[in-house]
Design a protein. Structure first.
Length: 298
């Protein structure tokens, strides 16, 4: 990939920053597509404007495309915007590549494990999707739409499970927990402490995306996950060891779902078949990194 040009949408997002760093370290020229106020190395891109998409891809002429941009906050107020940006916007970007006569070596489109809904257990890509909100439904609709381009573009669709790292907003669960310890707070309110989720380090996710671009992955849909479950109670315990004190955990019933899925873990079998079985960053190491980074901003 050294010397290749990559068009990266969502470049200023939490994931985008790490993907940009990973690709630049691999010798790529990364052009970040942003929705406002572009700086050097960025272009202005409105996914809902097909003409703008065409102008951008014509200007960049990318060898690779990594499409991360999306409306991803589940409680976003405008339900229709999920579909305008996530579904129609992705179609606009892919159609622009076709109309510009560009033949990228790989196009990575980020979907989400949210499409699986409340299905429990260890989930493979063959699990029947059961989206339960507009974000997940828009991503599933996007996947079906992307499939119509599969004969014209070398697309790999990723379904990332939970991942975290330094710089993630505190409205997400793990950063919320870490930030309480960074501030030295003595009480935290959480939901069901026994739920088990699949957590990856964002740096691993960025590495995996780079490897999926370089591998023979056209036409694949693949979970991006650790394949390991980690209980919320264990995360709190690990943070207590890192911070050196015990926190008073209070269960707030408003955070407990009526039909909570106890275990939600991704199967990494297909991922490993595509890029090999590689050691992942252990979650305690990720938590230590997040804690140290948080302390450094105080």
């Amino acid at each position: 990939m050294n010397g290749s040009t990559v068009l990266l949408t969502g470049a200023r997002g939490f994931t985008g920053a790490y993907v940009r760093a990973e690709l630049e370290q691999a010798g790529c020229r990364v052009v970040g597509a942003v929705i406002a106020d572009p700086v050097q190395g960025e272009v202005l891109l409105d996914l809902t404007d097909g003409a703008n998409c065409l102008a951008v891809v014509n200007a960049v002429r990318p060898d690779f495309v990594v499409h991360l941009a999306a409306i991803s906050f589940v409680q976003h107020a405008d339900a229709a915007e999920f579909y305008r940006v996530n579904t129609v916007g992705t179609a606009n970007l892919l159609q622009a590549l076709i109309d510009a006569g560009i033949a990228p070596r790989r196009v990575l489109v980020a979907s989400s494990a949210n499409i699986y809904g409340n299905a429990g257990g260890v989930l493979s890509e063959s699990q029947i999707p059961q989206p339960v909100n507009h974000y997940a439904a828009s991503k599933l609709a996007m996947e079906h739409m992307v499939a119509t381009f599969a004969d014209r573009l070398p697309i790999v669709v990723t379904r990332p499970f939970n991942y975290t790292g330094a710089g993630q907003e505190a409205r997400f669960l793990v950063p919320k927990i870490v930030s309480h310890f960074v501030r030295g707070e003595r009480v935290i309110e959480l939901g069901n402490l026994d739920v088990e989720r699949d957590f990856s380090d964002v740096r691993d996710v960025a590495r995996i995306y780079r490897q999926l671009l370089a591998a023979d992955t056209a036409g694949q849909t693949v979970n991006v996950c650790s394949g390991q479950g980690y209980a919320l109670r264990r995360i709190v315990s690990t943070m207590q060891e890192i911070a050196g004190y015990e926190i008073d955990v209070r269960v707030n019933q408003s955070f407990v779902r009526v039909s909570e899925v106890t275990t939600l873990v991704g199967s990494s079998v297909r991922l490993q078949s595509l890029i090999g079985d590689q050691p992942a960053i252990p979650l305690p190491q990720t938590l230590q990194w997040m804690f140290d980074s948080g302390k450094g901003t105080l």
